[in-house]
Design a protein around this ligand. Structure first.
Ligand code: MG
Length: 308
């Protein structure tokens, strides 16, 4: 069962209530209305939050998506719990998924999904599993090593630069690439863990859930059951934090391999220093090498060419 939560104005909620008048049920506490269609149960709260839950919630949510409050202003500062009322499984066995390398000019995108059992949560916290962005590369390798030793089930996907550039030229956005990578990691991990119990799946949110669902649909896939989204999820979920560590460790390792290809240690990020480094690599090896080591559609390519 999928679910999507969005905020709407009260005026819009009134319009929704009228629209769904043939499907209304008795509303739960704090709700303005609840309706049940063949696609989803729609619950609108006095806070403006509307929850779409069911087999195909995106069909109902899509009807209203252009009219929600604060469209496209997904805050980076505050965590967005798109399923506010339903992400109550983070102290239980669950799956978390995160990626690395998306903002770095050089290197691949790495994505990882991790399965953490409830009895492992405390130990993982104790050994220092946390948001990979807050840890040094050396520590990342060490922590990733611990996770391997503990045989924590995980699935890792690496989108190498050549494939990334091909997909990008084919019209794929980075959001679509990330969507398909998360989907593939979760799919492979679910096969790996078989019937091991898990209370939910949490993806570190990088786009609105309906956009995620649309990307999947464009490749004839549909979202797995019990998938939830939250920004800054690595701060709340040990499984997402572990996924961020493994994804980052893999990114660091791939960067070392690519540094050997480039003949110089590659820098992370997409700063002016990266432009200069790219320019010196182009001078040594020609522009063609960028396809193997960089995300060539980034503005860094043009800037580097200007420096050659
Ligand atoms: Mg993330």
């Amino acid at each position: 069962m999928g679910q999507i939560t969005e905020i709407f104005s009260l005026n819009m909620i009134k319009q929704m209530e009228t629209f769904y008048h043939n499907y209304l049920k008795s509303a739960p506490a704090h709700a303005i209305f609840q309706a049940k269609t063949p696609n989803a149960v729609i619950t609108a709260y006095k806070s403006g939050k509307v929850l779409f839950q069911g087999s195909t919630p995106e069909i109902e949510a899509d009807k209203w998506m252009n009219s929600k409050v604060g469209s496209g202003t997904d805050s980076k500062k505050q965590p967005t719990r798109n399923d506010d009322d339903n992400i109550n499984f983070l102290a239980q066995s669950h799956i978390g998924s995160d990626e690395s390398g998306t903002g770095d000019y050089f290197g691949p995108i790495t994505t990882c999904a991790v399965y953490v059992r409830d009895e492992q949560i405390e130990l993982l916290k104790e050994i220092g599993i946390q948001d990979s962005k807050a840890i040094t590369d050396k520590k990342i390798k060490e922590l990733s090593g611990y996770l391997m030793e503990m045989s924590i089930p995980y699935s890792l996907m690496i989108l190498h630069n050549q494939k990334y550039n091909t997909l990008q030229q084919r019209g794929w956005t980075q959001g679509k690439m990330k969507t398909m990578l998360h989907y593939a990691c979760i799919d492979s991990l679910l096969k790996k863990i078989g019937d091991a119990p898990y209370a939910g799946i949490l993806i570190d949110q990088f786009c609105l859930p309906p956009v995620f669902i649309k990307h999947l649909k464009s490749e004839s896939k549909s979202i797995q059951q019990n998938v939830h989204f939250m920004t800054k999820a690595e701060s709340y979920s040990i499984a997402v934090a572990a996924a961020s560590v493994i994804a980052r460790a893999s990114f660091v390792q791939e960067m070392e391999k690519l540094s050997a290809v480039a003949g110089v240690p590659l820098l992370k990020g997409a700063s002016g220093k990266v432009d200069q480094l790219a320019a010196s690599i182009i001078r040594e090896q020609g522009e063609g090498i960028l396809n193997k080591i960089a995300k060539v559609h980034f503005a860094n390519t043009k800037k580097a060419m200007g420096l050659v």
